[in-house]
Design a protein around this ligand. Structure first.
Ligand code: PBG
Length: 329
């Protein structure tokens, strides 16, 4: 068997252009999806303290932000709505004149097909209790009512498709959500609208900054009854399998960085389009350390995004999308 000194792996690292030829993973701006937060009002661009460079935007400012991002080469956006009114059932999520439908129509009017508009589909930003649907006490403790939430979630998705969403992304980790949404979209004439399911979404501390951004923290309890236990891997495969059977077109693993093993397993097992969500806490850690001068932000952000792609992600939702688009130019 040939071995050292005949075999020298360093030979392929010596010349920078050879390193380019043998590089296995290339990150590009087409892989990135930028999450955006839209709120009522006019002329509002309110920076999210724990997510520097990211803002809560009124519809007019959102339109500008999408335009600036398109100029950087970013084509795909995920919209989160922060409504003016919250109640027990999250009724403003179903309002055809709600904040997300308004945003969809305004961005579409300005940029037509140039922008790919995805919508996060969940009730946690719309309910006064901050849970991802309606509640029940039927099980003896106040809990998310899975089955009663499904038709509401399906209605939210149809409303967003009607307002112009190109793809819907349910994030509530409800059992049967993909099937319910697929049936409703098909019945309403939206059989061409894909579903990107947050299939393996963990109950994670990494969502901390997001809950300030979207004003959506649970007012009591936690999400451990619907989001996954960080200790579990096989369960993620089961979740993905069920979502695919129900008609999911793209499956997501979230968060990304502490779950690269899950990304890899999902990609290897199912060979379907996989998205990874590089979440708010992952972003905030890098920004904070960079602000202290402790790390090289650009180098670390690109290394993280590349590692997520290498692990198996076809696309990455990331608050670094704008920075990365500049760095990758
Ligand atoms: C729920 C939702 C959350 C995120 C995306 N969709 C929050 C949660 O489940 O608590 C987190 C995103 C992030 O942390 O960047 N609508």
């Amino acid at each position: 068997m040939a071995e050292f000194p005949r075999i020298r792996p360093r030979r392929l690292r010596h010349h920078p252009l050879i390193r380019g030829l043998v590089r296995e993973t290339t990150l590009c701006v087409d892989d990135l999806i930028l999450p955006l937060f839209v709120r009522p009002g006019r002329g509002i661009k309110k920076e999210i303290a724990s997510m520097p460079g990211n803002h809560q935007l009124s519809v007019d400012c959102l339109v500008e932000e999408v335009g600036a991002s398109l100029d950087l080469g970013i084509r795909a956006f995920l919209l989160f709505g922060i409504p003016s009114h919250k109640d027990a059932t999250g009724s403003s999520a179903l309002d055809p004149e709600g904040i997300v439908p308004q945003a969809l129509r305004a961005v579409r009017k300005e940029y037509g097909e140039r922008a790919l508009l995805m919508t996060d589909e969940c009730f946690c930003e719309y309910t006064d209790h901050g849970h991802c649907g309606v509640l029940t006490e039927a099980t003896g403790r106040l809990d998310l009512d899975n089955d009663a939430t499904l038709p509401l979630l399906a209605e939210q998705c149809v409303g967003h498709a009607r307002a112009g969403a190109d793809l819907v992304a349910p994030s509530g980790m409800l059992d049967g959500m993909v099937g319910a949404i697929r049936t409703a979209l098909d019945a309403a004439g939206f059989s061409h609208v894909p579903i990107m399911s947050y299939s393996a979404k963990y109950a994670s501390g990494f969502y901390g900054p997001f809950r300030d951004a979207a004003e959506s923290p649970p007012q009591f309890g936690d999400r451990n009854g619907y989001q996954m236990d960080p200790a579990n891997g096989d369960e993620a495969l089961r979740e993905v399998e069920l979502d695919l059977a129900e008609g999911a077109d793209i499956v997501m693993v979230k968060p990304a960085l502490a779950y690269l093993d899950i990304l890899r397993r999902v990609k290897e097992r199912f060979a379907v389009p996989v998205a990874a969500y590089n979440v708010s806490g992952e972003f905030a850690m890098v920004k904070a350390a960079a602000q202290k001068g402790w790390i090289d932000e650009r180098r670390i952000a690109l290394e993280i995004l590349t590692s997520i792609k290498r692990a198996g992600a076809d696309m990455i939702l990331t608050y670094f999308a704008r920075d990365a688009a500049l760095w990758l130019k």
